[in-house]
Design a protein around this ligand. Structure first.
Ligand SMILES: [Zn+2]
Length: 136
């Protein structure tokens, strides 16, 4: 059995929480990238939905980031977005619009503003599989 674990440095977690707070009450979104299994960069993206209940990233923006990553031999490791009023669990919309089966989906919840919660999930074929996270 493979023990799944997503390692991430604490400053990236802090950056996602800060981004979530800046965009609240709307959801924020972004991409984590780096060499396989190692988060090395965080890219903030624009939530073109500008909504408190959903997010969307312009395909052109994803493509631009993907090209930059290709030059460095890096991968897109995770998409992150915030839930400003609900728990850190994928919504029906999140599951429906998860087009990247190999990417982890991180959700930052500000439901309790004093205690942000972050959880990660793989979303494949309508199934939700939580990935354990190790913050280092
Ligand atoms: Zn969501």
């Amino acid at each position: 059995m493979v023990v799944a674990l997503f390692r991430i440095e604490d400053h990236f977690v802090q950056e996602m929480v800060a981004h979530s707070r800046e965009e609240a009450p709307n959801e924020c979104c972004g991409i984590l990238a780096g060499p396989p299994g190692q988060v090395a960069a965080l890219y903030r993206t624009v939530n073109t939905s500008a909504s408190p209940v959903r997010y969307s990233i312009e395909p052109k923006e994803i493509l631009r980031i993907a090209q930059e990553l290709e030059e460095k031999d890096w991968e897109m490791l995770a998409f992150y977005h915030s839930h400003t009023h609900s728990h850190a669990y994928p919504s029906a919309t999140d599951i429906q619009l998860a087009f990247w089966p190999d990417s982890l989906y991180l959700i930052v919840s500000l439901a309790d503003p004093q205690q942000p919660v972050i959880r990660g999930f793989y979303l494949r074929d309508g199934q939700v599989a939580e990935e354990e996270m190790e913050i280092v």
